[in-house]
Design a protein. Structure first.
Length: 129
């Protein structure tokens, strides 16, 4: 099992999950409400707030950036540190525990891949020393 390839695939999955999330939530009627200050002045509806936290205020953009960063590290031959995978796993599992089965389940896959990549990389470094 190659830690760099595991990291590359984890990065691709994070980017794909984030892009799909953005595509699903991007078309909605609340942009004009947000841009006119509805979130700041407290006039936004509950549905508007929920969609805000699902898209620009949520993890989709950050997940995309994290996936790109992990991919860049992998392209340089370095798997991401284990804490990235563990934190992603804790976040995904915690969200599933709070709201039940949802898209957060998908976040478990790249998290486990990043953890495995880090473990394999650490083991191979100990063997090669």
């Amino acid at each position: 099992m190659n830690p760099v390839m595991l990291s590359k695939w984890a990065a691709r999955l994070m980017v794909a999950i984030s892009v799909l999330h953005i595509i699903v939530f991007l078309p909605h009627p609340y942009w004009s409400e947000w841009l006119s200050g509805g979130l700041r002045n407290g006039t936004a509806s509950d549905d508007s707030l929920a969609i805000f936290w699902a898209l620009p205020g949520g993890f989709a953009v950050i997940g995309f950036l994290l996936g790109m960063l992990v991919g860049r590290l992998a392209n340089e031959g370095k798997p991401a540190p284990a804490y990235v995978g563990w934190t992603l796993l804790a976040w995904a599992v915690g969200c599933v525990a709070l709201i039940g089965p949802s898209g957060f389940v998908l976040g478990i896959v790249p998290a486990v891949m990043l953890i495995a990549a880090s473990l394999v990389d650490g083991a191979s470094r100990r063997v090669n020393v």
